[in-house]
Design a protein around this ligand. Structure first.
Ligand SMILES: [Zn+2]
Length: 178
């Protein structure tokens, strides 16, 4: 068995390992070493460092993926928002529908009372306006609720993606410094 002279990558101590060996343990500092053959050169690398590097690459990929997911989420939310809120994209729009419905409801009551007490008055227009305003208010309230639900879902999904992108590197750093 042919032995190759090497140096430990952790402490620098000289080592002799079999030519075919892929891994070795330093007899001086007990570091776990990987043995690399590149071209004519043979050298060692501390396995813990390889693990740390792999981990940091993985966490970088994780962060990058989270970034892409965020971008996609934001884009689809913007589209969704416009669909719910109308072309103006104003968050107050569904609330305005409710407010206008309430005003119409009050006018309907007045019209109804006028029809009831005025000589030769008719109550039908007042009743129609009251009925329409109720439908309007319910529709507005439905849109407000729908928008708030969609917004809640968007916010929680966003938080989850942000947490995913951030937690990974922090964990890796803690493990490395431990
Ligand atoms: Zn060593």
């Amino acid at each position: 068995m042919k032995l190759v002279p090497l140096n430990c990558n952790a402490c620098g101590a000289p080592l002799r390992v079999a030519e075919s060996a892929r891994f070795a343990t330093c007899s001086h500092c007990h570091a776990q070493l990987a043995i690399h053959h590149e071209g004519g050169a043979v050298f060692t690398e501390v396995l813990a460092r390889i693990a740390a590097r792999t981990e940091s690459i993985e966490s970088e990929i994780q962060a990058l993926r989270a970034e892409l997911d965020l971008e996609r989420l934001d884009k689809s939310w913007e589209k969704n928002r416009r669909e719910i809120l109308g072309s103006s994209g104003e968050t107050t729009e569904p609330h305005w529908i409710v407010a206008m419905g309430c005003v119409a409801f009050c006018l309907g009551i007045l019209l109804f009372l006028h029809g009831l007490f005025a000589p030769r008055g008719q109550i039908a227009p007042g009743l129609i306006l009251i009925g329409m305003s109720v439908v309007f208010v319910l529709y507005g309230l439905g849109r407000v609720a729908y928008f708030e639900e969609a917004q809640r879902l968007y916010t929680s999904t966003r938080q989850r993606i942000l947490g995913r992108g951030k937690r990974q590197p922090e964990m890796a750093r803690e493990e490395r410094s431990a």
